[in-house]
Design a protein around this ligand. Structure first.
Ligand code: C2E
Ligand code: CA
Ligand code: CA
Length: 556
């Protein structure tokens, strides 16, 4: 092991050489003949020096002055000083005031010196290790575990007071680090910490929860957090940093700090994509939502086994015939305790967990059953569109699975349409192109869902093997709002150029139906014609439509 270094500052050459003799076996010794020389050596070697042995009375610059100068530089703080004095409490007191750590008496007793030096160095080093474990070097805040400990202590000790937990998170941390590098990031997080601290001067403890998340425990004062956490973005050293705050007010004293911080983080995560909103409180609404998400995750498998999911069918109106031209299968969940849960809520959760592929398979099978039932009931058969999630396209055998299902129920492949949302395309374009190609080769129709919902890329349109384009309902909403259907019109024109049929979704009024019909869309799906219907209701709809068709009525 490399020897630790001791700086001996002593004007008497005999003393210096005797000190060197007793310490040299264990330490590297550097010598200074007075305080000035000592300060120079300190500047050159302070990162290596484990201890300074300092004489008081020396020419040019004495020990007092040496201590005074040393105290001016905080970078020397970690180097302890043992002062050699001839005794006298006044001198010792002055030295202590100036930052000395220990004393040895003159004339030197070398056994004592060696022991004092060894002890002090060992003590210092263990203190530094504890220090490093406790404090985060970049921000000066507690490290995570110590922060949680500090929070726990505070909450335990002052049960009568209320506290809020604040989380500050740099959302785009990875890209900042990538773009600006480690050094600039470190400088940023340091100045960011200072800035956030300035917003909560009454903060009791602060900690670095991970590289880009800071946590703070603050007394509850009922302050307006939106205002209190108005960070001056211009003053950030990386001005494109995306900062969000999450707050839990009046934390439960019995809740583990880790948990309350994670609640604050989950509040923050709800505003990550929201422009102009930078503070989120963990409130009852969010709490309910989290509970519901948890219920959804815990009960999805059972729900499928217990047939809690049912499939509804929403008719698509064929503009050219004036009658039903198809239907979309939409899943519904009636939970035994929670009641109806919207697919808008559970589908994203199923997509995250991968469960969606199981559910979709179930919906496809139900859709096949329904086609067969309609046939058996003597009802006109219309094609049923089923939704395929992004994850279904990752399956190695989506087309064969669908074909096997259809064949099992004797359903003509042309009676099944597959709807793919545009987000699926952006993940793995080639896989999606190949799969759609295989589906078409097997005789299934392919539809691009939600076109114009924000993810649309025109490139996808002529590379994907498609039959139908479904215009997202937001396009109709916007057109009605602006009383301007030009975008709907040019989108339909574009589809026509590419030889695609068009479905306009979300048509709710007679006026909207009239406008999109005039523009030339092929199918309309929306509340104006029908909401998604239960199986029986759907069959009734088909029956009525069939009767009016045979009477020659045209509802277009
Ligand atoms: P989507 O595929 O775009 O389905 C259309 C959604 O619009 C349906 O909502 C439908 O009920 C609703 N809708 C239809 N007409 C109108 C209208 O005139 N006005 C308004 N405001 N809404 C209308 P739903 O059933 O809540 O489904 C939401 C989304 O959940 C679907 O959007 C789809 O992405 C997903 N989803 C539903 N069922 C399934 C499924 O079985 N598998 C997969 N993977 N996703 C599904
Ligand atoms: Ca759809
Ligand atoms: Ca859609």
């Amino acid at each position: 092991m490399r020897k630790r270094t001791i700086l001996v500052v002593e004007d008497n050459p005999l003393n210096r050489s005797m000190l060197r003799e007793v310490l040299e076996e264990d330490y590297t010794i550097i010598e200074a003949a007075d305080g000035l020389e000592g300060l120079e050596l300190l500047e050159q070697h302070y990162t290596d020096i484990a201890l300074i042995l300092l004489d008081i009375y020396m020419p040019r610059c004495d020990g007092f002055e040496f201590l005074r100068q040393k105290a001016k530089e905080s970078k020397y703080d970690t180097v302890p000083v043992v002062v050699a004095t001839a005794g006298g409490s006044k001198v010792e007191l002055t030295c202590l005031e100036l930052g000395a750590n220990d004393f040895v008496l003159k004339p030197y007793d070398f056994d004592i010196i060696v022991n004092r030096v060894n002890n002090l160095i060992r003590l210092r080093e263990s203190a530094m290790i504890v220090n490093r474990l406790t404090w985060d070097a970049d921000t000066g805040l507690y490290n995570k575990e110590f922060f949680y400990r500090a929070m726990e202590d505070k909450l335990l000790m002052s049960a009568e007071n209320d506290y809020d937990v604040v989380i500050a998170e740099v959302d785009n941390y990875a890209s900042l680090l990538d773009r600006h590098g480690e050094e600039l990031w470190k400088a940023f997080i340091k100045s960011f910490t200072v800035q956030v601290n300035g917003l909560i001067p009454d903060c009791i403890a602060g900690g670095r929860i991970n590289s880009h998340v800071l946590g703070f425990l603050v007394p509850s004062t009922g302050r307006d957090w939106e205002k209190a956490l108005a960070l001056d973005k211009e003053a950030l050293t990386l001005s494109n940093a995306n900062v969000v705050f999450g707050v839990v007010e009046r934390v439960d004293h019995d809740m583990a700090p880790r948990k309350s911080c994670s609640l604050a983080m989950s509040a923050a995560s709800t505003i990550k994509d929201r422009y102009g909103v930078h503070v989120a409180l963990f409130d009852d609404e969010l709490h309910k939502q989290q509970m519901l998400e948890q219920i959804i995750r815990e009960s999805m498998e059972t729900a499928l086994g217990e047939l809690q999911f049912s499939v509804f069918y929403q008719p698509k109106h064929n503009v050219h015939t004036g009658h039903i031209g198809g239907a979309e299968a939409l899943v519904r969940w009636f939970h035994p305790t929670v009641g109806f849960i919207s697919p808008g809520l559970f589908i994203p959760i199923f997509e995250r967990s991968g469960f969606i592929t199981k559910l979709d398979l179930y919906v496809w099978e139900e859709a096949c059953r329904e086609v067969t039932r309609c046939k058996e009931l003597g009802l006109p058969c219309v094609p049923i569109s089923v939704n395929a999630s992004r994850l279904d396209f990752d399956l190695p055998d989506l087309p064969t699975r669908l074909a096997e299902l259809a064949d099992k129920y004797g359903v003509d492949h042309s009676h099944l349409h597959v709807e793919l949302t545009e987000t699926a395309y952006s993940d793995n374009p080639q896989k999606v192109i190949d799969t759609l190609g295989e589906l078409k080769a097997l005789g299934f129709n392919t539809e691009l869902d939600d076109f114009g919902s924000g993810y649309s890329s025109l490139v996808s349109l002529n590379t994907l093997p498609l039959d139908v384009m479904k215009l997202d309902m937001s396009m109709v909403r916007k057109a009605t709002e602006l009383n301007d259907f030009r975008i709907v019109e040019s989108t339909i024109n574009l589809a026509q150029v590419l030889d695609l049929e068009t479905v306009v979704e979300g048509v709710e009024t007679a006026e909207e139906a009239k406008r999109v019909t005039e523009i030339g869309c092929d199918f309309i799906q929306g509340y104006y014609y029908s909401r998604p219907l239960k199986r029986d209701e759907f069959e009734e709809y088909l029956r009525n439509d069939h009767m009016s068709a045979s009477k020659g009525e045209d509802k277009a």
